[in-house]
Design a protein around this ligand. Sequence first.
Ligand code: SF4
Ligand code: SF4
Length: 443
Amino acid sequence: MEFSKHNIISRLKDSEDYFIVNLLSRNADILTEDQYQEFLAHNINITEELKEKGYIIDPETENNIYRQKYLEFIDNRETDEIQLFFVPGYACNFKCSYCYQDEYLNKYEQIDDQIITSFFNYIDSEFVNRKKYITIFGGEPLLNIKAQSNFYKRFIRECNMRNLDIAVVTNGYNLLSFIPVLKSASIREVQVTLDGTEDTHNTRRPHKNGSSTFLRIVDGIDALLRERIPVNLRMVIDKGNIEELSKLARFANHKGWTNNQLFKTQLGRNYELHHCQVESNRLYTRLGMYEDIYEQLKLYPEIKEFYKPAFSVAKFLFEEGELPDPLFDSCPGTKTEWAFDYTGKIYSCTATVGKEGEELGTFYPEVTKKEEIIEEWQNRDVLAIPECKDCSVQLACGGGCGSVSKNHTGRICSPDCRPVKELLELGLSYYFRETPKDFFIKN
Ligand code: SF4
Ligand code: SF4
């Protein structure tokens, strides 16, 4: 009997208590200082329970469980829904201070009807019998109602014929004019970005012509909710606007958005995906962002209504009352996610779409595939990344993002480490310190 390789143990932030989390056995406990010391000393009074929970286990038994869970993970993924991104163009009407696509070719081009035909032919044959939906992405995909109306008519008709839901990722500027178009589709959600309240948002996300954008976007969000179209409000955060989180939360609460079942939020970290942004000292590390969110939540409890941070698996544990299944791979690229653009190219996902050299094939004018690279992407998981092999947090981390790791090391199968332990220190403290659950051994 030994300590499990998958124990994640540390002290809760702002507390004397410790936690132990094990994603393989799917158990989690909070330990007092004494219990923690007893655990380290293999004290017999406590280890019976700890053995049952898989914190202390025979290594061979653990390896067998690990293999079995891995096979289940791969099997389950075969039936997961696939998200297919389609980029109708890379042009954009905004000049955001941090846009990672600002180096891409930025000209609006009409989409050839044949491209739409080829795209649907490709997904019909390639993803036949798979649950799937399409996300329209840019650039800015809702750019010009006149020029794009033929494209949307045809594209939505093809989706409707196949019962495919559509999600849209937009800056929100033209939402009002696109509402009738959106109403003709089965819209799963529209993701819109606000980076704070009016002044801050307008400084960070102005129109290309210099005008402000906040009020138009807010009107668009109101209109979506009126039409019962789900909204996913994204706020892109860096050190320059973290203070806006509570203000935007108050704004959204006041608007009644946060009481609407159709409204949800996400925070995006503004980070250097492909090239340096102008003021890179503003960028957060993943941990830095969550540390500041934790502090903001303490200062401004009203944020809770607006945004519930994941803090690795802490939120899931709090809301579901159990841990998620072990995560052998956190990068959906080429497995349950693909991206396609209006030039006929195929990419792994939104992080690589439109980036020269990242094409994995074409669906137009003919179908071609870079089989070897696709295979490398598809094989990427914590078993294929050598650095992850002995990592105790691997089943919460899943190896991170394939695109980020490739940008850092040149290898797809290399790690993009997530600060799992530190995030759990914050998250378990935030979600559980005042409301211990009865499945925790602390009482
Ligand atoms: S490469 Fe990164 S952005 Fe792309 S699917 Fe994987 S995790 Fe997501
Ligand atoms: S990417 Fe890093 S943190 Fe994640 S499992 Fe691999 S080694 Fe561990």
